[in-house]
Design a protein. Structure first.
Length: 265
């Protein structure tokens, strides 16, 4: 998984006068700025904004947690409420039409929150530290997501998972999902993880044994296509925190969960 800090670029018009660069809209009459390259949003301020959005606090064990009263939690609550109404309506419609409705969930920062990892490693990614973190299997839930998984199951909707986690991380992923209450269809027939050594035949266009070349979109949309075309399900909703979790079709509706901490292409 490729991660990078998501930054916001701010632009300023600059002019050259008397051999010096002056930023447009100087803060004071006696201040000028060199800003011809459109200086990005300040990273220190961005981190503060992210902490405010999550309501980030360290618990008694020093683990960074999101606040249930945060803007992040409120955004998730609105999304979950809409998703439940939609699932209820579409499940009934699918059964009337003789279809088999299904939902798809990403895992990282869709079901399991990685805020503590991002904070501890300053929003950078390292495969070794990430693997150790995943294998601890003690990430907290993304607010409301385990309940949404169980709600879909209660409506007779088949639950599938599709993650950038690897086959080697399957045991930890299953244990962590059980711990947070998302204990629905955690078998290999429902949880699709990356298997570079033995990729499935339906990804043969971009992956062969030992040679994984699939982009995230190819991998995830290819898996959804397999679930619809080969397994006979209608994916009524697809949930992810990255646009690459959602792009590529094979889902009637997509739900983008908030995640300002990293970007996966």
């Amino acid at each position: 998984m490729r991660k990078s800090l998501r930054t916001l670029a701010v632009g300023a018009a600059c002019v050259v006068a008397g051999g010096a660069l002056y930023g447009a809209g100087a803060a004071t009459a006696g201040q000028s700025t060199a800003n011809s390259t459109h200086e990005p949003y300040n990273i220190g301020q961005l981190v503060k904004d992210i902490d405010t959005y999550y309501g980030t606090t360290a618990d008694s064990n020093g683990v960074y947690q999101a606040s249930p009263d945060s803007p992040y939690a409120k955004d998730l609550a609105h999304l979950d409420a809409d998703a439940k109404r939609y699932i209820d309506k579409e499940a009934r419609k699918a059964y009337r039409h003789g279809e088999k409705p299904a939902v798809m969930f990403d895992i990282d920062d869709t079901l399991l929150l990685s805020l503590d990892y991002e904070k501890r490693y300053n929003y950078t990614y390292n495969s070794g530290t990430w693997n150790d973190y995943v294998n601890r299997a003690d990430r907290p839930a993304v607010f409301g997501s385990p309940e949404l998984v169980r709600y879909a199951e209660s409506k007779g909707v088949e639950v599938f998972y599709n993650s950038g986690l690897t086959e080697a991380q399957r045991t930890a992923a299953v244990a962590n999902l059980k711990k947070v209450g998302a204990d629905v269809n955690l078998d290999a027939d429902h949880m699709f993880l990356k298997d570079a050594a033995n990729p499935p035949a339906y990804l043969s266009g971009c992956a062969t044994p030992g040679a994984w070349k699939c982009t995230t979109v190819q991998y995830k949309s290819g898996t959804r296509k397999h679930i619809e075309d080969d397994l006979g399900y209608e994916i009524i909703a697809n949930f992810g925190d990255q646009y690459s979790d959602l792009d590529g079709g094979h889902a009637d509706r997509t739900y983008k969960l908030p995640n300002p901490t990293y970007f996966v292409s």
